[in-house]
Design a protein. Structure first.
Length: 101
C-alpha cells in the first residue's frame, strides 16, 4: 500500500511539474508575443513621429515661402506706386508745371 501511495504521490508531483512547465511555456510565448506587439507599436510610433517631423518641416518651409511671397508682393506694390508717381512727375514735366501733390 505504501508503494501505491508513493506511486500516486510521484505521479501527482510529475503531473504538477508538467503543468507548471506547460504554464511557464505558455506564459513565455505570451510574453514573446507581447514583445513582438510592443516592437510593432514602437515602429508605428516612430513612423508617425517621422511623418510629424516632415510635416512640421514642410509647414515651416511653406510659412517661409509665404512670407517671401508677401514681401515680394509688397515690394511690387511699392514699386508700382512709385512708378505711378514717376509717370505723374513726367507728365507734369512735359506740361511744364511745378505743381506736385
Amino acid at each position: 500500500q505504501s508503494l501505491a501511495v508513493m506511486d500516486r504521490i510521484g505521479n501527482d508531483v510529475i503531473r504538477g511539474v508538467q503543468e507548471a512547465q506547460d504554464k511557464l511555456e505558455e506564459e513565455s510565448e505570451q510574453a514573446h508575443s507581447a514583445g513582438d506587439r510592443m516592437k510593432h507599436c514602437l515602429r508605428q510610433v516612430q513612423s508617425e513621429r517621422d511623418t510629424a517631423v516632415r510635416l512640421l518641416e514642410a509647414d515651416q518651409h511653406m510659412r517661409i515661402t509665404t512670407e517671401k511671397i508677401q514681401e515680394r508682393e509688397e515690394r511690387k506694390r511699392v514699386l508700382q506706386e512709385l512708378n505711378c508717381h514717376l509717370m505723374e512727375l513726367r507728365k507734369m514735366e512735359e506740361k511744364g508745371t511745378d505743381d506736385i501733390d
